[in-house]
Design a protein around this ligand. Structure first.
Ligand SMILES: [Zn+2]
Length: 140
């Protein structure tokens, strides 16, 4: 797939694509900044009607990075292309769930920063991410 149409991008944001196509667009959004900008513009232009695409996106928590990914993001230990995508998700999509996770992990990181060496800090941040993941899995 060389060209992603606007319709495909909108269908992607509405989760209306078949899984394999959706996955390939998601992959390309992570890697290609021009595509992210185009989606950003599309989302902006479609801010009409009862429920905007960005609201649907937020509502469905589409493409949310995991909590452990946000842990890595806070520690600046994540590969830069994915970090760009995560920033897009946070700033442009305005995902309130990820914003909350990000704020919490950043606060934790600051606390540990005052108490511990950086190695111990990273370990604890990983632990708190892992505990959350485990408890979430157990509840399902
Ligand atoms: Zn999110």
């Amino acid at each position: 797939m060389n060209h992603v149409s606007d319709e495909d991008l909108i269908a992607y944001a509405q989760e209306a694509l078949e899984a394999s196509l959706s996955a390939s667009i998601e992959q390309r959004l992570r890697e290609e900044e021009p595509l992210r900008l185009r989606l950003q513009e599309l989302l902006h232009n479609h801010d009409q009607g009862t429920m905007t695409i960005s609201e649907i996106w937020r509502h469905e928590q589409l493409s949310c990075p995991s909590r452990s990914d946000w842990g890595l993001y806070v520690m600046q230990a994540i590969e830069s292309q994915y970090a760009d995508y995560m920033q897009f998700h946070l700033k442009t999509v305005g995902c309130i769930y990820c914003q909350a996770t990000y704020d919490e992990l950043r606060q934790l990181a600051e606390q540990y920063d005052q108490q511990d060496s950086s190695a111990a800090r990273r370990e604890r941040l990983f632990e708190s991410s892992a505990i959350f993941l485990n408890s979430r899995t157990a509840n399902e």
